[in-house]
Design a protein around this ligand. Structure first.
Ligand code: B12
Ligand code: SF4
Ligand code: SF4
Length: 390
């Protein structure tokens, strides 16, 4: 049954707010032509390297809602804030996790809300309608829909900035064959600001609105499965899952309202986890701790790799024991980064551990990394110390 109060679009908005979405916009189902063009150029310029699924065919699909649902008429774009408390104060023993991963997995939380929303949408419209939902992982350009529906504007760091909640929002969509009157895009821009471009530590924002995927810490810590390129490791600081620098420095985010959803509140200790604890963690503990958390995406081996990089950058000498155990017992991916971390921490104790590892290491890439780290420490061992190297 159609609800009686307000026009259809207002009822749709009210329904979304009642379910906990913070912003709602509507756009038509026409292709996102300029976004498709920009994404094709991004591929041609080699800035989407490392993402094998990000093909030209995928780009075409994700920018054409009519290919995603038969007879699609409207796209409802929804934004949900994940801004909660300040991060815990960490020391050089801690790593940092991007805000979006402090709470429950947003895919799960938002998909269940979107399903509820679609059921209510059917009631509001008073007829049988078809819908298809998207949150991040489907073939849909989430940001393009948010921009055209007036939910926010493109920041130069490529994130969608909303007037009320800044860029600290998850984006999701419902495509439907129900006609709804579209909203207008916002007329806002970043103006002359270039703060995010200047402050990105790896230079990943290679031009306004263009990220080079392979330089972005978010990609390196979450999506990359293999070895992190040596020259980028020192630039990654203590980020072990994602990166928030280009959002933390953004002036629009200084005024952002906080979100209300309990699911996105920080799980205890998630913003700045202890790095040695991660290095010592076993699979059972990882599965328990990161159940229904976005962090499980790295898998235990990836999180340990990232923890090694952060330990190397933090230069914590108390981590040498944990790193030396990692160098003896863990997968080669972790061993490579543990050897690098020991080289960064430096000193005689690290050198002894590295020289010792040369005696038993069989993997050539790890051996190369150990040699490079020994070279970087660059201090000779005394005869006595060499004797202690078993
Ligand atoms: C691939 C991907 C990544 C990759 C690539 C990042 C990137 N910039 O695309 C990596 C792993 C690096 C990444 C990182 C992050 N991601 Co991500 N990611 C995606 C994903 C799956 C696809 C995005 C995509 O198509 N990128 C390809 C390029 C071509 O698109 P684009 O960068 O958005 O560029 C557009 C603009 O540049 C615009 N454009 C081009 N020229 C011009 C010129 C002008 C003048 C204007 C106005 C616009 C404009 O057109 C381009 C095409 O649409 C989306 C989910 C989805 N299905 O859409 C989430 C998504 C974009 N990610 C998200 C988040 C939260 C993040 C992180 C903040 C996580 C973190 N804290 O670590 C970081 C932010 C890094 C950054 N600065 O972008 C959110 C963004 C929310 C928001 N407010 O915008 C999304 C929408 C997921 C979601 N559903 O909430 N991500
Ligand atoms: S997420 Fe970090 S590395 Fe990536 S563009 Fe933003 S500041 Fe740069
Ligand atoms: S830091 Fe400045 S340029 Fe970057 S997204 Fe924010 S307002 Fe735009």
């Amino acid at each position: 049954m159609p609800l009686s109060n307000g026009n259809l679009e207002d009822q749709v908005r009210e329904c979304a707010f009642s379910l906990g979405f913070d912003l709602v916009g509507i756009t038509d189902s026409e292709p996102f032509k300029s976004n498709e063009k920009a994404a094709m150029k991004r591929i041609n310029d080699g800035h989407m390297e490392g993402y094998h699924w990000y093909t030209k065919e995928r780009v075409r699909k994700m920018n054409r809602p009519q290919l995603l649902l038969d007879n699609a008429k409207s796209v409802i774009s929804l934004a949900t804030s994940y801004l909660t408390m300040d991060p815990d104060t960490g020391t050089f023993k801690n790593g940092r996790v991007a805000r979006y991963a402090w709470g429950d997995d947003y895919h799960k939380v938002l998909k269940s809300k979107l399903k509820e929303f679609c059921i209510k949408l059917q009631d509001i419209s008073g007829k049988d309608i078809n819908t298809r939902i998207f949150v991040d992982d489907g073939p849909m350009n989430d940001r393009a829909a948010a921009r055209r529906s007036g939910v926010g504007w493109f920041g130069k760091n490529t994130n969608i900035l909303t007037p009320t909640h800044g860029s600290w929002v998850f984006l999701s969509q419902v495509i439907t064959d129900l006609y709804l009157k579209p909203d207008n895009p916002l007329k806002k821009t970043c103006g002359n600001c270039v703060k995010c471009i200047v402050d990105c530590p790896t230079g990943a924002i290679v031009a306004p609105y263009v990220i080079d995927n392979e330089k972005c810490i978010s990609y390196l810590t979450i999506e990359l499965r293999g070895v992190i390129p040596r020259k980028l490791r020192t630039l990654m600081g203590d980020w072990i899952f994602g990166c928030d620098i280009c959002q933390d420095v953004c002036p629009v985010n200084k005024k952002a309202l906080k979100g209300n959803l309990g699911a996105f509140q920080q799980r205890p200790g998630f913003s700045t986890p202890d790095l040695v604890e991660i290095l010592n963690m076993d699979q059972a503990e990882f599965s328990r701790k990161y159940k229904d958390s976005p962090i499980k995406r790295t898998k235990l081996v990836g999180l340990k790799r990232n923890a090694c990089v952060a330990l190397g950058n933090n230069g914590d000498p108390d981590a040498i024991t944990a790193l030396s155990i990692a160098l003896k017992t863990l997968e080669s991916l972790v061993r490579i980064h543990a050897a690098w971390a020991l080289g960064r921490i430096g000193g005689r104790e690290s050198l002894v551990v590295l020289k010792e590892a040369l005696q038993f290491e069989e993997d050539q890439d790890t051996l190369d990394e150990i040699q490079m780290s020994i070279g970087e420490i660059g201090i000779p061992l005394s005869g006595e110390e060499l004797k202690n190297v078993r």
